[in-house]
Write a protein that binds this ligand. Structure first.
Ligand code: ADP
Length: 247
């Protein structure tokens, strides 16, 4: 009898951490590994900002100043995203940038079971350099880093875009020095208590991001007990096609 493929472990994760700590980068990788949606409230808000309305203009003003949107507005956007996902049959989630206030964490606890809260930590100077060097492809939406970060003995190499994205790079309006400083301050005041919220529940995993993505990813998998998932997933991935032209 053929052996049933072992089911992927279903995990609901929330990703905490200051701006630039790596929530988005690692969130996308974790979502692909666990086959769950990566839901970033920052992305949902930026989508909303593209609309032409008085509400989108007001949201853009709040975001560009580095402040948080009101809980109610964020719940509304997140709720519609979760509903759309449920209708498609989504299972589990990686929530990136939510919850950012204790009130958001309390509301989330009422509607879903959070299994693990990963808290990405990085030095303040590194975060500032990373946010200042962050660029987004205006077409495909992928995020790159133009900064070769070097602080003390820490080195984080730039992640340059591929050639097809090169002339479409845009800088997020809230990645100005002033807005970054404000977001760091807002994190300490409003979002830091969320770490305690999950620590008290025994769900907090602190992860120090020390180095580039390729260096940190295996350590993150270990910290989250996901090494086996990665091995299973690599064995399912077909080998790359043999290129006919070497370049
Ligand atoms: N859960 C949230 N509650 C309130 N505002 C949010 C939330 N998530 C995102 N935002 C708004 O969107 C902005 C961008 O968020 P995000 O893309 O997560 O960036 P970063 O983590 O780099 O600050 C935040 O500065 C804030 O204004």
């Amino acid at each position: 009898m053929e052996e049933e493929p072992r089911k992927q472990r279903e995990l609901n994760l929330v990703l905490l951490g200051r701006p630039g700590a790596g929530k988005g980068t690692f969130g996308i990788k974790l979502a692909a590994l666990l086959d769950v949606p990566h839901i970033s409230t920052g992305d949902l808000i930026r989508e909303e900002m593209k609309k032409v309305s008085s509400m989108s203009r007001r949201i853009a003003e709040v975001v560009s100043k580095g402040k948080l949107l009101g809980d109610e507005e964020v719940f509304e956007l997140l709720h519609s995203r979760l509903q759309a996902g449920a209708a498609r049959g989504d299972k589990g989630f990686i929530l990136d940038g939510f919850p950012r206030t204790v009130n958001q964490a309390i509301v989330l606890d009422k509607i879903a079971d959070v299994h693990v809260a990963v808290n990405f930590a990085q030095e303040r100077e590194v975060l500032i350099q990373k946010c200042l060097g962050r660029r987004v492809c205006g077409e495909c939406g992928r995020v790159f880093s133009m900064a070769d970060v070097s602080v003390g003995d820490l080195r984080m190499p730039a992640i340059p875009p591929p050639i097809q994205c090169l002339d479409k790079m845009v800088t997020r309006k809230d990645d100005s020095e002033q807005s970054i400083q404000k977001r760091l301050q807002v994190y300490d005041e409003e979002s830091k208590p969320v770490e305690d919220f999950y620590r008290k529940q025994g769900k907090l995993v602190n992860f120090d991001v020390r180095g580039g993505v390729s260096e940190s990813w295996p350590k993150l998998l270990q910290a989250l007990n996901l090494v086996e998932e990665q091995q299973r997933s690599s064995s399912r991935t077909p080998p790359p096609a043999i290129p006919t032209v070497w370049c």
